[in-house]
Design a protein around this ligand. Structure first.
Ligand code: PHE
Length: 451
């Protein structure tokens, strides 16, 4: 047990966990959702949910990890044998996400390479993106390269690899985001976009907006997939858990907010206020933004910086996914880090190939209109994550009891300021909402009804 690696400091822990949380979800998904669900309204709801639900779930997961010093698979089981299945279910989520997340990571490196070599105009072509992802060999090549970066860092271990890289990359990411956001706001017509983005429209408040914000929150904070349990297992007792969670949340939400600031006003300026351009979903980052960059002065440079930033964000998230899988295998089979790392990387390369080919040679595989990659995303995010989060709440609320978690939070200096709120949310409010999220996402995917 003593040989388990650790983060050396609280800052190292916070930045690594924030590195996991801040990813593609913040940079393309959040701005797009915010635009779709009424700008300021969505922001406000998201913020409220983050400091209540997000906080509660993250506290529970990190405390579970730190208390048991085990990754998800062992953590639940060691506290109650009947919940062993939950550890397996939670560990399954990163195993499904990691390969396809890395496929997208590969696309990001490709765009970086295109921008830095002066290909801004080419990348703005209407079919550039679809031509690229429907290829067979090229996207796989970039995907493997992204995997190689991730694997090298994870093989270096928690302190020398993950902590070090996060300490360098996260501050750079913040600075780059601010630079691009400020530049974007100076474009003609950007102010209108800014107002749209931050001004709440109360008429937009609906069950749908709340559920969308909630789903985004879980994904964005890397909850319900064992990641925070694993990172918690590397956290020292002398580091304050409650304030760490607050800082991670501020980081994650702050970057999401800035990403919106970076993208929405710029797209507004480019499209002359045409909101439909913002609803491009996954295409927003790879299809709409390059057009925006191509039309800007210094667009080549800004675009290059943008894709470096997205690369950092995606990489630190991928690291957390891979580390979680590695630590599950190490705990379960007693393997060494090096062997496990290589094993996991090879496995993920194989598993990711269908997701990559799903836009080209394998495009005939589709289910409810979804490609292979979308199917993976749907199973992990819309089905498994709410289930895992629901049972985690039941487990903490009714089996081991919230007090077990509170005691762990208090282990540092005896305080847990939000204890009351934590107890109520974990036992009653969160489980109800999670069931609603599950029903609504499955029903809308199956075309049954939408809330
Ligand atoms: N939280 C990450 C993001 O916002 C996504 C992620 C999901 C990362 C799952 C790791 C695991 O993009």
């Amino acid at each position: 047990m003593n040989s388990r690696s650790n983060f050396s400091s609280k800052l190292g822990f916070v930045l690594a966990a924030a590195g996991s949380a801040v990813g593609l979800g913040n940079i393309w998904r959040f701005p797009y959702l915010a635009a779709k669900y009424g700008g300021g309204t969505f922001l406000l709801i998201y913020l409220i949910l983050a400091i209540t639900f997000g906080f509660t779930l993250m506290i529970a997961e990190i405390a579970l990890g730190r208390k048991t010093r085990l990754s998800a698979i062992g953590a639940f089981k060691s506290l109650d044998k009947r919940f062993g299945f939950l550890g397996i279910l939670a560990s399954l989520v990163p195993i499904i996400i990691f390969p396809y997340y890395s496929v997208i990571g590969g696309w990001v490196i490709k765009y970086f390479a295109v921008f830095i070599s002066g290909g801004v105009q080419a990348s703005a072509g209407d079919t550039y993106f679809t031509d690229f992802i429907s290829g067979s060999v090229e996207p796989i090549g970039w995907f493997f390269l992204f995997m190689a970066f991730t694997a090298v860092i994870v093989l270096c271990g928690v302190e020398k690899g993950i902590e070090k890289v996060s300490k360098i990359m996260m501050p750079i990411l913040v600075i780059l985001t601010i630079i691009i956001a400020v530049y974007g706001l100076t474009l003609d017509g950007a102010m209108e976009g800014l107002i749209y983005y931050i001004k709440p429209h109360m008429s937009d408040v609906s069950a749908k907006t709340i559920l969308a914000a909630m789903g985004q929150l879980f994904y964005s904070m890397s909850l319900a997939m064992g990641i925070m349990i694993t990172y918690g297992s590397y956290m020292k007792k002398e580091n304050n858990l409650e304030s760490s969670v607050r800082q991670i949340e501020i980081f994650d939400t702050g970057i999401a907010f800035l990403a919106g600031l970076m993208i929405i006003p710029a797209v507004f300026a480019f499209s002359g206020g045409d909101r439909s351009m913002l609803n491009a979903g996954p295409g927003l980052m790879f299809m709409t933004l390059p057009k925006v960059f191509a039309s800007m002065r210094f667009g080549g440079v800004i675009g290059t910086i943008f894709f470096v930033l997205v690369f950092f964000a995606a990489l630190t998230s991928a690291i957390s996914l891979m580390e979680t899988i590695v630590s599950v295998f190490m705990d379960k089979f007693g393997w060494k880090r090096r062997f496990t790392g290589i094993f996991v990387a090879v496995l993920a390369c194989i598993m990711g190939i269908p997701s990559s080919l799903g836009f080209g040679p394998l495009s005939f595989i589709s289910w409810m209109g979804m490609s292979v990659l979308d199917i993976m995303d749907f199973i992990s995010n819309s089905v498994l994550m709410p289930i895992v989060a629901f049972f985690t709440c039941i487990f903490v609320g009714f089996t081991i009891k919230p007090k077990t978690i509170s005691d762990e939070v208090k282990a540092t200096d005896g305080t847990f300021k939000a204890e009351k709120m934590f107890n109520v949310i974990i036992k009653w409010v969160a489980p109800v909402f999670l069931v609603l999220i599950l029903i609504s996402s499955v029903a809308s995917a199956l075309g049954l009804f939408t809330i």
